[in-house]
Design a protein around this ligand. Sequence first.
Ligand code: AMP
Ligand code: MG
Length: 403
Amino acid sequence: MLSVDEARQLVLDRAQPLPAVATPLADAQGRVLAEPIVSDIDSPPHDKSIVDGYAVISADIIASGIELTVLEEVTAGAVPRRAVEPGTATRIMTGAPLPTGADAVVMVEQTHAAADHVRILQSAVKAGQNIVRRATSLAQGQSVLQLGKLLRAIEIGLLAEVGRSTVATIPRPRVAVLTTGNELVAPPVLPGPGQIRNSNGPMLSASVRSSDAEAADLGIARDDPTDLRRAISAGLTHDVLVVSGGVSAGILDLVPTILQELGVEQVFHKVNLKPGKPIWFGVRRGDSDRSTLVFGLPGNPVSALVCFELFVRPAIQKLRGLPPSGLRRISGNLARDHQQRGERPTYWPAALSENAVTPLPWKGSGDLRTLADANCLAFFAAGDRLFRTGEQIEALLFADSAY
Ligand code: AMP
Ligand code: MG
């Protein structure tokens, strides 16, 4: 059976960044930049004052109390009309262009104004004081953002500064979520005999959104070839199709057969892990370059979630143009003894706090309730072994946990 790392590599080999599209700046946040960005301007565009005060010639200030004639006032957005000459000064506001001749600004708090004169209370002024020179932060033609950069609010601001109202970005992957099972009812329904509520649909759609992809919830398909064919065909028009349930060895586990019938080529079925062993993965090559990555996740909710984190999230990251790092890997010390059993490496719901990892009293792959107390999945290698309190172990931190 494949290991998690081998299986993930097979997935990532088949996940390529989506083609770039022109994106209005207002929609670009959270996407990856698909073109290098160069500044079209100098910033600041002129030598500017960074305080409210008086633009002076520093050599004029040879002692405290020097009086200068005030030539004019320049506010931000205005331009000086007169050059500062020996014995003169210009009243200047933060952000306004420095007048020709001046080489420093004295803060208004260190002056005393009287009629058309100003007295400078400082005894000396350094050239360059309170001035930011033209092009200090950006020069025209300078590269400001590299291809591949994830656009946050900061980068959106910078793009606006260099005049970009549209940029090339990699779009959010469109991910369809389909749940399967004759036993499933929608959440508002009180389950009848033999029925359970569909918790995976809402959970997996939320997981997709937390991966910054677009989720399309295709609802519930019955364990029936016709219904599965209809629902899976709809799912195959997306970049990714995540199917929940129907991939194990039961007589109604029809998903792999129907997927292959619809042209999805199987890459693997079953991975050596717990929970999540029955996972299925394949690719459907569409017309032109388009293809759909298809994940068949086991129906048990914890298995589905673990498989999503180990395989689907990294694939979505790669489609988005990001490094496919998946959940953040941390190490911590076990807060209590933990008995590991069995031949499969195990991802165990756990609570991480200040470097201490507490494995939770988890009741198995149907127990979503205990997972709600977890902020990470503790990793225990295969084999029967007692892991001791204090031992260092690895864990995967949930992306949306508050830790
Ligand atoms: P399956 O993978 O279809 O064999 O399902 C494995 C287990 O997960 C069964 O106990 C199912 O009832 C349960 N299950 C399947 N789909 C869902 C779902 N959407 N929400 C909650 N439990 C599910
Ligand atoms: Mg089923």
